[in-house]
Design a protein around this ligand. Structure first.
Ligand SMILES: *Cc1c(COP(=O)(O)O)cnc(C)c1O
Length: 385
């Protein structure tokens, strides 16, 4: 049996050992320490922001970002349907309701035209913008920059601003990507990154909320550290959260951040090779990059047209699996999710088709050329086999 080729695993080859050892040697292992501050700063700088607030994961960063965007119980938030479930869950933690927005055909990101059409149907009142269908206030838009590729974010922020709606960016999958030279995560009121083990960089688990808003960043730090007003007397002004990142994890994050440009380059080289070798193959097409965008190609994904290719995406998944190669479909579109029943959806057909046809292929930063060669050869041989 050939060696196992995983889908996407962490790459640890820089100063991780040295920085983590430093924490162990000095005893600064927990939720304060120099690495936390340094990590926050480096993620802020990489995303073109003035402030970063570290959190224990990306989901908690989204929770706090939505809360600080003013999302309240009973409100509605527009969110991408074709995404990992975390952003919809963060909306629900606040007692708010997701409205799922379909993907556009070309780059599989939140369809801004659907958002525009929806907001135009809403009613303006003194207290905000209201969805006439539900009678609820529309409080925010939460676009997900999915798979390493940005949403059409400049246009989206412009549309939302016309209606006075804040945009919180879920940039958890797309650290290192740019749009017209601007880093992903630099456009909305705030943006969130994840450093989970499957992302382009990892701290084991972790997140960072970034913003240019001074007051928002102070509030975010306060709420993620138990809302402590007096550290001596243990006086807490309100109900806070224990969403802190440890110095140990941040130490690893500082080392990982040093590798970001090299890792994005490697992801792009892997993608380029797949595109070159697979996009001409019958029944296969590859994820693309919009003009002006530099994708991080976090998760390289193809579409399988079963009538031409000879098997569907799930059969291909099983065939690759039997050769010890890991692949994975995209996520069940959230408007179909049993976790979010009865939610409103704008469109839906595009994400359903992508869910049916898409398959992500091995794309770890450390993927060896010979291993990628094996994946490509097999995917080509399996056509009409
Ligand atoms: C990974 C991810 C998150 C955050 O995940 P955590 O595991 O909580 O760090 C949020 N949104 C999306 C779209 C993600 O892919």
């Amino acid at each position: 049996m050939s060696d196992f080729i995983p889908l996407c695993v962490p790459e640890i080859r820089g100063n991780e050992w040295a920085y983590v050892k430093d924490c162990l040697d000095t005893g600064w292992v927990s939720s304060v320490g120099g690495y936390v501050d340094r990590f926050e700063k480096s993620v802020a700088v990489a995303s073109g922001r003035t402030h970063g607030v570290a959190t224990c994961n990306g989901t908690s960063a989204l929770h706090i970002a939505l809360l600080l965007a003013g999302v309240a119980p009973g409100d509605e938030v527009l969110v991408s349907s074709l995404t990992f479930v975390a952003p919809a869950n963060a909306i629900r933690y606040l007692g708010a309701h997701p409205i799922f927005v379909d993907a556009e055909e070309a780059y599989w990101q939140m369809d801004v035209s659907l958002v525009e059409g929806f907001l135009a149907r809403c009613e303006r009142r003194e207290s905000g913008l209201y969805n006439p269908a539900s009678g609820r206030r529309v409080a925010a838009v939460l676009p997900v920059h999915a798979l390493g590729h940005p949403v059409e974010i400049t246009r989206l922020v412009g549309v939302a601003a016309r209606y006075g709606i804040p945009v919180v960016e879920d940039a958890t999958e797309s650290l290192g990507a740019t749009i017209n030279g601007q880093p992903v995560g630099s456009h909305g009121l705030s943006a969130c990154f994840s450093f989970n083990g499957n992302k382009i960089l990892t701290t084991g688990g972790g997140g960072v909320l970034v913003t240019n808003d001074d007051a928002l960043s102070v509030r975010a730090k306060y709420l993620t550290t138990q809302a402590k007003d007096d550290p001596v007397e243990y006086i807490h002004g309100e109900v806070g959260f224990n969403y802190r990142l440890t110095n140990l994890q941040a130490a690893m994050g500082c080392a990982q951040m040093e590798s970001l440009p090299a890792y994005v380059d490697r992801k792009r080289a892997i993608a380029e090779r797949y595109v070159g070798e697979l996009s001409g193959a019958p029944g296969l097409s590859c994820m693309r990059e919009a003009p002006g965008v530099r994708s991080s190609f976090w998760m390289f994904t193809i579409l399988v047209d079963s009538s031409v290719y000879g098997m569907d995406s799930r059969a291909l998944l099983r065939a690759l699996g039997s050769e010890n190669i890991q692949s994975r479909p995209l996520w069940q579109p959230l408007h179909l999710s049993p976790a979010h029943p009865g939610s409103e959806v704008l469109g839906g057909a595009v994400s359903e088709r992508l869910y049916r046809d898409a398959l992500s292929l091995p794309c770890s930063v450390g993927l060896r050329d010979a291993d990628q060669e094996r994946v490509i050869r097999l995917v080509r041989e399996l056509a009409k086999s």
